[in-house]
Design a protein around this ligand. Structure first.
Ligand SMILES: O=C(CO)COP(=O)(O)O
Length: 268
């Protein structure tokens, strides 16, 4: 398979704040992150940085990012598969796009489990994201029982196949996929760098077999699950891992900045 070298895919370091940080706390966190990365002279063209705050923070985040001309991107943690109408409590991709969001998480394991979101719904959400010019960060991954049964690769690829159902090739190529083994989320258990590589390579091979090498080598595959500054470099150093989706550690500006600066840990 003739894949584009990993070095042409810009690493993406993404912080999923989950249901943490009200809009005042969110601004403070983002400001601190921006200062810390500025002080470190971070080059955002080399390593892209994005945060996923709660919906109620997004307007404030947009104002800060645009007002201070920050290079940090932002996105929503979820979106509706519908565009508008009588869907109480739901958020349209159109609203997120209007707020300047670049990305949107789709199918985070907490949406799949707590909210019972099906692959059918998630396939509709992926399409809704593209309809509004948002890049979906599609989350896939297995629970502990599946991992223990040794069927994690097949399980995760099954989610990927179902969630991309009917998606045209030019949209697949823009996707970000996040492999997040559920047993490693918020537990302190980290899949080893080899586990992250095994699944990322399997995801890329699956994309290559369905859409061709060219598409597969354009898609960025992230790892998520108890990522910290101490383990980020080894994980992102894997050839098929193009970044990380960070939960808990993204709530600490210093720790998250150190994850963004993972390359400096490789050389020191
Ligand atoms: O779910 C995650 C990111 O989306 C991972 O969360 P933790 O980094 O807290 O394990």
């Amino acid at each position: 398979m003739t894949t584009t070298p990993a070095s042409t895919r810009v690493p993406l370091i993404a912080g999923n704040w989950k249901m943490n940080m009200d809009h005042v706390q969110g601004i403070t966190l983002l400001q601190k992150l921006a200062w810390t990365l500025d002080d470190a002279k971070h080059d955002y063209r080399r390593v892209e940085v994005t945060v996923f705050p709660p919906f109620t923070d997004l307007r404030g985040v947009q104002t800060l990012v645009h007002g201070d001309d920050l290079s940090i991107g932002f996105g929503g943690q979820d979106l509706s598969d519908q565009d508008a109408g009588a869907y109480t409590g739901d958020i349209s991709g159109q609203f997120l796009a209007k707020l300047g969001c670049t990305y949107v998480l789709v199918g985070h394991s907490e949406r799949r489990t707590i909210h019972g979101e099906s692959d059918e719904l998630l396939a509709a959400k992926v399409k809704a994201a593209f309809r509004h010019g948002l890049v979906p960060v599609l989350c896939v991954g297995e629970g502990l029982e599946v991992r223990q049964a040794g069927t994690h690769v097949e399980h995760t690829l099954g989610q990927l196949r179902a969630d991309l159902e009917g998606l045209p090739e030019d949209q697949v190529r823009q996707l970000v996929v996040a492999y997040e083994p559920v047993w490693a989320i918020g537990t302190g258990e980290v899949a080893g760098p080899e586990d992250a590589q095994e699944m990322s390579a399997a995801i890329r091979a699956e994309l290559a077999s369905r859409y061709g090498d060219d598409v597969a080598s354009a898609v960025r595959v992230l790892y998520g699950g108890s990522v910290k500054a101490a383990n980020a470099a080894a994980i992102i150093g894997q050839p098929d891992v193009d970044g990380v989706l960070v939960g808990g550690a993204s709530l600490d500006a210093g720790e998250f900045a150190n994850i963004v600066r993972f390359e400096s840990h490789l050389t020191t």
